[in-house]
Design a binder for this molecule. Structure first.
Ligand code: HEC
Ligand code: HEC
Ligand code: HEC
Ligand code: HEC
Ligand code: HEC
Ligand code: HEC
Ligand code: HEC
Ligand code: HEC
Length: 349
């Protein structure tokens, strides 16, 4: 009797041992999903961007894991979390590609992916422009570092435009910079609710992002971008010849004010160009731009804004004023016009 028991036990041990040996060969890996983007590489991940969101795409090869798949963001020091809903998931060859848009706050962000509570850490640094970002730094996140469209993504993200794209492909295709493949992933960048920059709205992305010949590499312009702006806005090159050039224009940082794709305010600006934009940097002038016309506030600022007197780019007069001070004031305050040359100048059309 005991002999049989022993034998049984031995068999069991053997079976267990066999299973143990087979473990690494079993068809189910520890977790049946892979983070395709953002790439975590050496563990450090630094995202520098204007927008406080980034894309997370998970490749899931196991239906059971798909059912348990969940992404949570740690929202405070206590470790409380908030579930992030998937944007959608699409299938190719029995494999699911689950898409999320991760919200980020300045500094360290932690996300937890279930099953197996995998941690994803992202440092986010909000920037007004990418001009000063060093993309050579290995910690800097660069999605297109190695490919325009990585193989996994290319299965679905092709040149074919979605039905609701509303783009006149026949006409657009005549331009060699037309890059429809960018549209399916970056359509938010050229959302119709914004003031759009014409070449971006037409998906001529490669007119500014091409590196080398063909569409083999994407580059982010850093350093002086005005060179690329002047390629099309030839007449704007005159900014440079003016005596008084506005700080950021002088350094060629056009995109510190204009988003080259589109933005909430006219002329693709991130704030109302009349005055909100200006006091965004010139914080000391905030009082002058206050909504109530008070003791400090000049009547014209509500209507015409700072640009009623200053050019945002350049002019022949100090402080980029449109005209010398006396002429400037009297051009509106006609009643103040005295016997000066300025009056005659101002009254002659
Ligand atoms: C199985 C098909 C499939 C694969 C593979 C796939 N996607 Fe997608 N993706 C889609 C579909 C479908 C949409 C929705 C497209 C639309 O709205 O026009 C989408 C949308 C997106 C969007 C836009 C989301 C938004 O906010 O509008 C991004 C970004 C994106 N995918 C990134 C990727 C990346 C990166 C990869 C590769 C790591 C990838 N996708 C792989 C099918 C796929
Ligand atoms: C498969 C989806 C996909 C396609 C197609 C795609 N992108 Fe991207 N791109 C991304 C993702 C994801 C990021 C990272 C930013 C984010 O997560 O929001 C990114 C980032 C970028 C950046 C910032 C620098 C970088 O490398 O991270 C530029 C510039 C860019 N894309 C341009 C383009 C252009 C131009 C095209 C068309 C030729 C294109 N992209 C096609 C998904 C895509
Ligand atoms: C007129 C030139 C120009 C065109 C056209 C253009 N870009 Fe850009 N793009 C830039 C510059 C310059 C930057 C860096 C901006 C900065 O200073 O932050 C940039 C940055 C980006 C980024 C990084 C995120 C961001 O918003 O700064 C993405 C993604 C991107 N471009 C995608 C595209 C796509 C997709 C298209 C086509 C629909 C496109 N771009 C068309 C000039 C352009
Ligand atoms: C590939 C050519 C091209 C490049 C490069 C280009 N632009 Fe433009 N831009 C245009 C076109 C076309 C328009 C539309 C002109 C119009 O509607 O009068 C436009 C319009 C604009 C407008 C709005 C003008 C208006 O009157 O509404 C601004 C602002 C602007 N661009 C700024 C820039 C900046 C800043 C850069 C550099 C980052 C740049 N552009 C690079 C072609 C270009
Ligand atoms: C300090 C912010 C700022 C910077 C930097 C800047 N702009 Fe502008 N830009 C503006 C504002 C504000 C307007 C709207 C002007 C108005 O309302 O009269 C404008 C208007 C424009 C327009 C359309 C109106 C016009 O004058 O034709 C173009 C084109 C333009 N900018 C190009 C550029 C280029 C090119 C550069 C870089 C050399 C540049 N901007 C740098 C703030 C800026
Ligand atoms: C992105 C930040 C930024 C924005 C937005 C901006 N400026 Fe400036 N501004 C600067 C910088 C930088 C200087 C150079 C400061 C210096 O040389 O001391 C400057 C200089 C000036 C000067 C000359 C100051 C002097 O002492 O010579 C005037 C006037 C001015 N800005 C007006 C404006 C107006 C009007 C607007 C809105 C259309 C505006 N700025 C928007 C950054 C900005
Ligand atoms: C009615 C015309 C007018 C308006 C509107 C106006 N300014 Fe000025 N600004 C001037 C004049 C004139 C000077 C030169 C003052 C001097 O000689 O000391 C000046 C000087 C400046 C200077 C440089 C000197 C300093 O005080 O720092 C800055 C920066 C400036 N303005 C920013 C702004 C901003 C930002 C706004 C909008 C909130 C604005 N201005 C609206 C007329 C105007
Ligand atoms: C673009 C037009 C414009 C320019 C340029 C302009 N102003 Fe004004 N100014 C106005 C308007 C509009 C009012 C508000 C009038 C009202 O409330 O009756 C005003 C009001 C004033 C007031 C208050 C007057 C009152 O009766 O309350 C003074 C003082 C003044 N401006 C001085 C100046 C000086 C100094 C300059 C030159 C640096 C100047 N303005 C340039 C449009 C302008």
């Amino acid at each position: 009797m005991s002999c049989l028991k022993k034998l049984c036990h031995l068999q069991l041990v053997r079976l267990c041992g066999l299973l143990f040996l087979l473990m690494p060969m079993l068809p189910y890996p520890a977790h049946a999903y892979t983070i395709l983007t953002p790439q975590t590489g050496n563990g450090k991940l630094m995202i520098q961007a204007r927008r406080s969101t980034t894309s997370l795409v998970l490749k899931v090869t196991n239906q059971q894991d798909l059912a348990y798949l969940r992404v949570e963001q740690v929202i405070n020091r206590k470790g409380d979390t908030q579930v992030i809903d998937a944007l959608g998931h699409w299938k190719d060859d029995g494999v699911d590609y689950v898409h999320y848009t991760l919200p980020m706050k300045r500094g360290s962000n932690t996300y937890i992916i279930y099953p197996d509570e995998r941690e994803l850490k992202i440092r986010y640094r909000p920037v007004r422009t990418l001009l000063n970002v060093d993309f050579e730094d290995p910690a800097a996140h660069l999605f297109h570092r190695n490919a325009v469209v990585p193989r996994d993504c290319a299965k679905c993200h092709t040149e074919k435009l979605p039905k609701d794209a509303n783009l006149d492909v026949k006409r657009l295709r005549k331009n060699e910079d037309f890059s429809p493949v960018c549209f399916s992933c970056h359509r938010q960048l050229i959302s119709q609710s914004m003031w759009l920059h014409s070449p971006s709205a037409n998906v001529y992305c490669m007119s500014c992002h091409r590196k080398g010949k063909g569409n083999t590499k994407i580059t982010v312009l850093t350093g002086r971008v005005d060179e690329i702006c002047f390629e099309c806005h030839v007449n704007k090159q005159k900014f440079r010849d003016q005596q008084h050039v506005h700080g950021p224009v002088g350094t060629g940082d056009c995109t510190v004010c204009h988003d080259p794709h589109g933005d909430k305010y006219k002329f693709q600006l991130w704030a109302d160009g009349l005055s909100d934009l200006c006091v965004g940097c010139h914080a000391d002038k905030k009082d002058a731009a206050k909504k109530s016309i008070g003791f400090y506030s000049h009547g014209i600022i509500q209507g015409g804004g700072c640009v009623a007197c200053h050019s945002p780019h350049a002019s022949a007069v100090r402080f980029q004023l449109h005209k010398p001070i006396n002429e400037l004031c009297t051009s509106c305050h006609i009643e103040l016009q005295g016997l000066s040359r300025a009056i005659r100048w101002a009254t002659i059309p």
